[in-house]
Ligand binder design. Sequence first.
Ligand code: ATP
Ligand code: MG
Ligand code: MG
Ligand code: MG
Length: 477
Amino acid sequence: MKTSREIREAFLRHFEQRGHTRLASGPLVPPNDPTLYFANAGMVQFKDVFTGKDQRPYKRATTSQKCMRVKGKHNDLDNVGVTARHHTFFEMLGNFSFGDYFKRDAIAWAWEFVVGTCALPKEKLVVTVFEGEPGLPADDEAAQIWAEVTGFGPERIIRLGKADNFWSMGDTGPCGPCTEIHFWMGAGEPDLAKFGQEPGEDGAGWVEIWNNVFMQFERFADGTLTPLPAQSVDTGMGLERITAAVQGVVSNYDTDLLRPLVELASQISGKPYGGTMSRDDVAMRVIADHARATAFCIAEGVQPDKDGRESVLRSIMRRAIRFGHMLGIERLFLHEVALRVVDLMGEQYPELRETRELISAVTQNEERGFRQTLKRGLEILQEETNGQATLGGAAAFKLHDTFGFPLDLQQQIGREQGFTVDEDGYKAEREEARKRSRGGGGPIRQGEGVAAVHYAIAQRVGATTFTGYERERDGST
Ligand code: ATP
Ligand code: MG
Ligand code: MG
Ligand code: MG
């Protein structure tokens, strides 16, 4: 088992063989949910099932979910091209238990997949569990199961705090500990002392690959915790990361999922790709990543535009185009990379094939438009920031308004050239302009993380009662 396709298929089959229903990815653009721009985890299509609002004919499911983490609580945009493991668009493999199996099976099956099917060496793995804090119990149960399943001593069953190993929907409602599997990427002996350190620039070091969330408790406003009547499991593993581990490369960009795209960027620009942190190499990785986001967004009907979700896509596309410009590419090119995404992934995601022409046309159109103002905008930026540490709000707004430079593109250039953007000033200018034109469409709403989604749902349906689970339990006992 070597290709990403085989790994995806093996994961889904692994859980099918363990009683899970295999489902297609939910949409990247969640329907009827203005609070969430893009699905950011596998559980998004099941959120109503977890809260008991929606009933399904199965209690176990497995998917490979199209995700994007570009806005809101999970925003990895600035990491893209810089770390070897963060993308805007990625696929999250997941298995889900809706009030069915719990910690023991989830842990045992995850381990079987990682060391059995994927054949990752045990010495290169560690796991983490919740260490507890006043009012929240440590997950000794998960630690005990891990010890039995893996034979690991406490040095490989690492206890971490709430930030990494506890999940909650909001201040009240379902919550519980999570446990994560980390893999030693790269050559050399795995070094336990390096756990918790950021991997090296090449990506070598300990990398989180799989998160298993245990929805165990309900938390009330007075802070008390009660066990949920039916406990659930929600897991997520990045396909790009597990593929890097299986293929024995340290960077996701060297897997068969992304490497062909990096190589195409290299070919178009006529510059070699060296896998380093040089400006050119970062640029090629960003283009590879952003081309995937571009293709998948357009395939779901998102078109680059000025507000909301559309503005997120526009800003991703313009970032990619500007990185291409930086590589010296003078002609329209992004559509070629996006069409390569269609070739690479069209079989798994037929919507890409069905919208091939649209992807090509929309991408060329966007690039043609942006290239008209790109050079002049970069000159203005140069003049405005010459020797200054800050780009003023008025200039930033003008760059946005007249030259079509999204704020995060300005910030990206600032990181490269050593200036910051006066974001408050920019927003004030934007607000002014909105008031003047009176047609602006209100404040920009940010997409939110999974926890916030749960929270929003709870607000709408009063889901803290979890009647679905109770009914189910009453029925079965
Ligand atoms: P990290 O700490 O590396 O940012 P995370 O803790 O934010 O990851 P989770 O929310 O636990 O990630 O998501 C589950 C899994 O999804 C992660 O273990 C990882 O394999 C994958 N993943 C998360 N964010 C990204 C991303 N931006 N690009 C690619 N894979 C990701
Ligand atoms: Mg993260
Ligand atoms: Mg993490
Ligand atoms: Mg995590």
